[in-house]
Design a protein around this ligand. Sequence first.
Ligand code: PLZ
Length: 443
Amino acid sequence: MNTAVSSVAQERIVVTEIPGPKSLALHARRQAVVSGGVSATYPIYIDRAKGAIMVDVDGNHIVDMGGGIGVMTIGHSDDAVIEAAAAQARAVTHTLFTVAGYESYVRVCELLAQHTPGDFAKKTVLVNSGAEAVENAVKIARKYTGRSGVAVLDHGYHGRTNLTMAMNFKAMPYKLGFGPFAGDIHHAPNSYPFHDGLSGEEAAARTISYLEKKVGAQDLACLVVEPIQGEGGFIVPADGFLPALVKWCNENGIVYVSDEVQSGIMRTGNYFASSHFGIVPDLVTSAKGIAGGFPIAGVTGRAEIMDASHAGGLGGTFGGNPMAAAAAVAVFEEIEKRDLMAEAKRVEKTLKGALLELQKKHPVIGEVRGVGAMLAVEFTEPGTDTPRADVVPHITAYAIKKGLLLLSAGTYGNVLRFLPAVVTSDELLLDAVAVIDEALSSL
Ligand code: PLZ
């Protein structure tokens, strides 16, 4: 294990009630000055973090199964990542890449060209957030095709900007009262095998027929799809669904955008989840795990599409910030150097195995699913697919008191999702499942 991980005990250690007194004091200060629109899943405040552990201001060592929603894939405060960012900060912190360049931006684009699916010339634009990456993908697809329609799938999530709000499925909390929204966005059915029982081919035929009837393929600039829907509940589409959509897009001149903000950068044990499903998208969005906690995101894809914009059409003051870009380069280097891809597969083996065992004991577990270090449990009335929304809040509230941070997901709030750092030990993964077992037994 690298020193980054060993400098904070990789153990669950509870020394006060959680939240402890210092967290509660900070929370009171927050409530006076932070917008009420910014939610607090847990009223805890973090002092430092390494690997799989966050240490709160009261000294509790909390096992982080969420990674700040899928960002800390390489682990908290990885030595190589912080060194790279610090060295870059000492050298130069900002130029605005469109005014004067620097190497780390170019290097990230080379690495993304190398590691995104597809054996063709690729180019990238770097931006600040996942939502901004999705915005740019749409913008680029519209410019390239000269069409305006945007297709998205039910249960999808793409961000909080005006355009991406319109692309989200769920009204609450993402859209309610925030309209009017950007137009020409078309929502179509997804593939959700646990609920729809359809094969990939059947689900794709339904999606395609819906879009052809409702919009007309010739009016669509792009189809934007999360290969595994994240906020929607880690919905893994049926085999064959995504390849059929890609084929239809290719045949109809529609740009296929794989939104890999949550599923990308080794999360699923591949650089990009698209590869897991054997698809080659035209454009891929990356963010979250790409820079070990530094804010940077990108759109990467076919050079001819990425070059459709006139010079000056893409950009932004902070996009591809030097420190964040240097951190991203370090993440890619560490993945190779330490074979972290294998660690993502280990996480899947250990955690999925334990969750499947748990399912035998607790029939309220309807489905265990996911790929790599992107796993989830969906809770339903035993023997049915009727969502049980009460289980996840019970488990998360129980777990945090024991020093285990878990995240929920799902349109019906009935999914527990796991986005651990790939450096999380088997012991910690099994310990997390033991805590969930206790929580379920006390339901
Ligand atoms: N596309 C697939 O998962 C972000 C949202 C956290 P940003 N998901 C976490 C929250 O509550 O705001 C996400 C995603 C997919 C786009 C985004 C948007 O990425 O970096 O949050 O803008």
